[in-house]
Design a protein. Structure first.
Length: 276
């Protein structure tokens, strides 16, 4: 077998494998959307029905039960707010650790990352009591703070990595021209790292949008995001699969569209600095 033929078969194998992996990952979303247009009887039918008469009854029912747009607005405000706050805190921290490291810098970074391994339920009681005493329960501000703290280690790590890829000679040239630390960050470092910062922001928004544990435990109605909206369709009478699928479809649709539109920017940012 020639070298060209071998490469062609290898390319074909990798392509088929990629499409197969994509199909497996996409199938749960496809089935959820499909189920959202079924009746409750059709949703639990065995064997599952692939062909049926679509209905919008589930979407009408869930909108009558709950105000979807109110939940969606809470998700948007909390996700964007927590991302902006995380960036405000992370950029100076990453700048200091990337360009003015100490012997404890690596240890600090590892400690920050290790906090992501802590089960959230382990700190639920003290955080709940703290929020209760601070009147932050069921508020957008409260969820914005907790989401910021959750995502901050990842945001700092990513921006730190992007900053490390910026040649120090560029910053030294700016210092020779009289640039202050603030000017270094805003006029030199951030423009050069903009793809990485943008991808970090996109990832933080997605993580905040999908966060369910804290929203279910720290909110009820006023600040409840779409993750709470989905959970509201689980009742003591059982799970209404068709309505639950419709609610889930409405909840993931905005972030799915957002991720699809920004995928090029996300990939570009995540690979920023990979090739010197």
């Amino acid at each position: 077998m020639s070298s060209a033929s071998s490469k062609r078969y290898r390319y074909l194998f990798v392509t088929v494998l990629g499409w197969l992996a994509a199909a497996l990952l996409f199938f749960p979303i496809f089935w959820m959307v499909l189920t959202s247009f079924k009746t409750e009887v059709e949703a639990i039918a065995l064997p599952p029905k692939l062909f049926f008469q679509p209905t919008f009854e589930n979407y009408i029912t869930i909108q009558e039960r709950a105000d979807y747009f109110s939940f969606a607005m809470n998700s948007i405000v909390i996700s964007v707010g927590s991302t902006l706050l995380a960036l405000i805190l992370a950029i100076p921290a990453a700048y200091a650790m990337a360009f003015f490291p100490t012997k404890r810098t690596k240890g600090t970074l590892l400690w920050m990352l290790s906090t992501k391994m802590l089960p959230p339920v382990g700190v639920l009681v003290p955080i709940y009591l703290l929020f209760r005493d601070s009147n932050l329960l069921d508020t957008r501000i409260g969820l914005t703070i907790i989401y910021t703290l959750i995502n901050l280690p990842i945001v700092v790590w990513m921006i730190y990595t992007f900053f490390k890829d910026v040649p120090k000679d560029i910053l030294e040239a700016g210092r020779m021209d009289g640039a202050s630390p603030k000017q270094e960050v805003f006029h030199v470092l951030m423009p050069l790292s903009l793809p990485g910062i943008a991808s970090t922001a996109l990832l933080a928004i997605i993580l905040s949008w999908n966060e369910a544990f804290w929203s279910l435990n720290l909110t009820t109605t006023n600040a409840a995001p779409l993750t709470t909206f989905i959970a509201s369709f689980s009742s003591p009478q059982g799970l209404f699969w068709a309505q639950l699928s419709a609610a889930s479809t409405l909840a993931i649709a905005p972030i799915l569209i957002f991720g699809w539109l920004s995928q090029r920017q996300l990939v570009r940012g995540l690979t920023f600095g990979a090739v010197k």
